[in-house]
Ligand binder design. Structure first.
Ligand code: ADP
Length: 399
């Protein structure tokens, strides 16, 4: 497959500084989720800055869609429209007094007419779950919200590829999970994403391609399972293996489980252990996963489900859904990793409700259908709200 973006043997020395890159080659394929992983000072940020031409290599080359980058102003402007860069610290990126003005900056600069700018801003804010925050001053927002504004500012230019330098640094665990879920949604919508991180747990869980870096060089690049299983390589990169993979390998050594596809989540690990220890997966009647659209469901409807004991757990995905739950005083059991947690509960016969909005509704159905097909356990996702006829019939809909 041709790479969307590629670096070939790039080297770079900062003026009066160290040689930050000493011959680094990476390939970013369209639609992929790539994580550059390495300790501080490995050269990750420097390599990322090269991807949209902010740093020019001393030697080697950077190619976009197979063509070597040109560094004249016009070419760089076009490149930066297609390759957006989200800085580690959103305060560096956010410059305008209101969210709307900040997000409008990029599309206005591209010369879009006023109504085109307005649409781009609305679409970008909806994608990051910040519709309704247009007039708010960015410095009044939380760290996670500021990050979303910075991402919206880039999305408003409709880039093919988004580059994130340490996307979760300085965010609390819940905000970090939400940002990574947002990145997944962007990939679902057809974008390509590259991040840098020294968090092996995050890279293992999220990425489909991991690039291990140390001292300005690429030590290895491949699937997270392969890259993080090579202990000698990890030692060279001054990293520890992700604990899920460590535990998986230890259980194989002890003949508790057989080698297969390494699990990435609690759900995958639970399935693997059940399959290995019981010889099969239990086929008890599973619980149900109800899904509702926060924009089309009333709080009373949800409270009735909870009150009648039809739903044991409630989760919300996305900030609009969480705001809705907050407003309606609906206590949330799950605020991140929601789909997997609801599937885990369904597998022990308990039912859950996922409150979400927009394209994430389809994402929930897709994820549950994929899990059913992969695991052979038929789980039902039952829509509430928008599809009342299905709800009235009482029949679970299997997607
Ligand atoms: P990472 O992102 O993996 O932490 P960086 O790309 O930031 O690594 O840094 C690679 C090397 O380049 C480090 O030795 C760092 O000190 C140096 N470096 C980074 N930015 C600058 C700069 N603006 N000026 C001089 N040296 C720098």
């Amino acid at each position: 497959m041709t790479a969307l973006l590629e670096t070939r043997d790039v080297r770079y020395r900062y003026p009066h500084g160290p040689e930050a890159l000493r011959g680094a080659s990476i390939r970013i394929v369209q639609g992929s989720k790539t994580a550059l992983v390495g300790p501080n000072g490995a050269g990750k940020s420097t390599l990322l800055l090269m991807l949209n031409g902010m740093i020019r290599p001393d030697s080697g080359e950077v190619l976009f869609e197979g063509r070597s980058l040109s560094y004249d102003a016009r070419s760089l402007r076009e490149l930066r429209r297609r390759v957006g860069f989200v800085f580690q610290n959103p305060d560096v990126q956010i410059i305008a007094p209101t969210v709307e003005q900040d997000v409008a900056f990029g599309p206005a600069n591209l010369g879009l007419p006023p109504d085109g700018v307005k649409r781009a801003v609305q679409d970008a804010l909806a994608s990051v779950g910040l519709s309704g925050c247009e007039k708010r001053p960015p410095h009044h927002l939380s760290g996670g919200e500021k990050k979303r504004v910075a991402i919206a500012g880039i999305l408003a230019m409709n880039p093919d590829l988004l580059v994130f330098d340490e996307p979760t640094s300085s965010l609390d665990p819940a905000s970090s999970e939400e940002i990574m879920e947002l990145l997944d949604e962007l990939v679902d919508a057809g974008r390509t994403i590259v991040i840098s991180t020294h968090d092996v747990e995050l890279a293992y869980r999220w990425a489909d391609t991991v690039v291990l870096m140390e001292q300005g060089m690429v030590l290895a690049s491949g699937s997270p399972g392969d890259a993080f299983s090579d202990h000698a390589l990890l030692r060279a990169a001054r990293l520890k293996p992700p604990w899920v993979l460590d535990l998986y390998n230890e259980l194989i050594l002890r003949n508790v489980i057989e080698r297969g596809i390494p699990p990435k989540s609690v759900l995958e690990f639970t399935d693997l252990i059940e399959r290995n220890t019981r010889g099969h997966l239990p086929q008890d009647e599973p619980g149900r996963v109800y899904v509702c659209d926060a924009d089309a469901t009333g709080g009373d409807e949800i409270r009735a489900l909870i009150g009648a004991g039809i739903v044991d757990h409630v989760g919300a995905m996305g900030s609009r859904a969480k705001e809705f739950a907050n407003r309606e005083v609906i206590l949330l059991d799950f605020t991140y990793g929601v789909i997997d947690k609801c599937i885990l509960k369904a597998l022990i016969g308990e039912s859950s409700l996922i409150i979400t909005t927009g394209g994430m509704i389809d994402h929930v159905h897709r994820r549950i259908r994929e899990y059913s097909l992969e695991s052979g356990r038929m789980l039902a996702a039952i829509p509430l709200g928008g599809r009342r006829e299905a709800q009235m019939s009482g029949e679970p809909i299997v997607w």
